[in-house]
Design a protein around this ligand. Structure first.
Ligand code: KG4
Ligand code: ZN
Length: 356
């Protein structure tokens, strides 16, 4: 089964063709980063207008590269598009609408069913595209510009939210700290690069463990960076050391909480998805030998950040599990996953905040 997938929830216009949920026949991503850079963040109105301008070309390019065509079109190869999948939330409503309307128009014109997919589910299932053995149950850490969540997936399409950020998402903290340091937008990749030349112990920051819960918080860390920059000591610090210290504080909390929860739930597979999963220090810590009791599924950076192939993969496996029905699509800025029904004894940090 070949699925044409469309993703336009934020600032990437993306389309892909995915065969049987695992094989990427094409994946095209048109980024809007240069348009948003002057504002140091995504401007929703600019994002939706840019999706309108770009989406038809991106879809055509994905079809051309995959050599797939529509049913009944005589001039194309035997590879046919059987269904369309599109992100319906969470995301920016204006941006989501562009993807939804494109998908619905194509579905109507070519007589194929259209399915709506949750963006977070796409990130959670992105390892399908690169790891042939990947399947539930698994614990997912989603860390992106808008989300930081710990999600338990028991079966295909069956998820429970266990922890989430109480304020900023991890990616947002990277972007805001990069702005304070005049490193440009998006901040995550810039901090990641500069941190490689710095030493975290020269500029330690406190960790917000929020003991007893599986939630996260990153806004206090942002404030700690701001106050450090304003202090006489901070003015003498190298940017690279500040980046390393900040990055270590974010990564430490993400890694320790995820591993502790996986142990508590006795889940052996861990998925890390979303843009922050591209962070080199996070990847290094997750794949370190200390975690050999777990299988950590880390997609390549191209499949960790926003793309449409992950939406096609998620749609295929949900369809196969009978958990996806065609019908009227409803886009929403927030789609909440059900909370875990049982109480899991809260997190206890094993290390403490370094002295500041
Ligand atoms: O998943 P994504 O592409 O879009 C959203 O759904 O938000 O994530 C984008 C976020 C941005 O905040 C960006 O700064 C962050 O992911 N990011 C990174 C890295 N690459 C992207 N954060 C830390 N290190 C990176 N290498
Ligand atoms: Zn995303």
């Amino acid at each position: 089964m070949n699925i044409l997938a469309i993703e336009s929830s934020c600032d990437e216009t993306a389309a892909a063709v995915v065969e049987n949920g695992r094989r990427v026949l094409s994946s095209v991503v048109a980024t809007q980063i240069p348009l948003h850079r002057p504002y140091s963040g995504v401007v929703p109105e600019i994002a939706s207008r840019s999706h309108v301008r770009t989406i038809n070309d991106v879809v055509s390019e994905a079809l051309r590269k995959s050599k797939a065509g529509w049913n009944g079109a005589p001039h194309v190869s035997k590879t046919k598009i059987d269904a369309i999948a599109v992100t319906v939330g969470p995301g920016l409503v204006g941006s989501l609408l562009v993807g939804k309307m494109t998908a619905e128009a194509l579905g109507w014109a070519h007589g194929v069913p259209v399915y709506g997919v949750n963006h977070i589910e796409g990130h959670l299932l992105s390892p399908l595209l690169e790891f042939p053995d990947f399947k539930p149950p698994f614990l997912g850490l989603i860390a992106s510009g808008g989300h930081t969540e710990l999600i338990l997936a028991k079966q295909w399409g069956h998820y429970f939210l266990i922890g989430k950020t109480r304020d900023d998402a991890a990616g947002e903290a990277f972007d805001k700290v990069a702005k304070m340091l005049s490193l440009g937008y998006p901040g995550g990749p810039a901090i990641d690069q500069l941190a490689k030349r710095g030493r975290a112990e020269r500029c330690p920051f406190p960790r917000a463990w929020i003991p007893g819960t599986w939630d996260f918080s990153f806004s206090g860390l942002k404030t700690a960076v701001l106050y450090t920059l304003r202090s006489p000591k901070g003015r003498r610090l190298k940017k690279a050391d500040i980046c390393a210290g900040f990055q270590e504080a974010v990564v430490d909390v993400l890694v320790q909480k995820t591993l502790a929860l996986a142990r508590k739930l006795n889940v052996k597979s861990i998925v890390v998805g979303g843009g922050v999963a591209a962070n080199s220090r996070l990847r290094e810590r997750l794949l370190s030998r200390e975690n050999s009791g777990f299988r950590v599924y880390l997609s390549s950076p191209a499949m960790s950040t926003d793309n449409a192939a992950m939406i096609g993969a998620a749609a295929y496996f949900k369809l196969k599990a009978g958990r996806l029905k065609p019908g009227r699509l409803d886009v929403r800025s927030q789609i909440f996953l059900p909370k875990y029904p049982a109480v899991i004894q809260g997190f206890t940090p094993t290390t403490h905040a370094p002295p500041s």
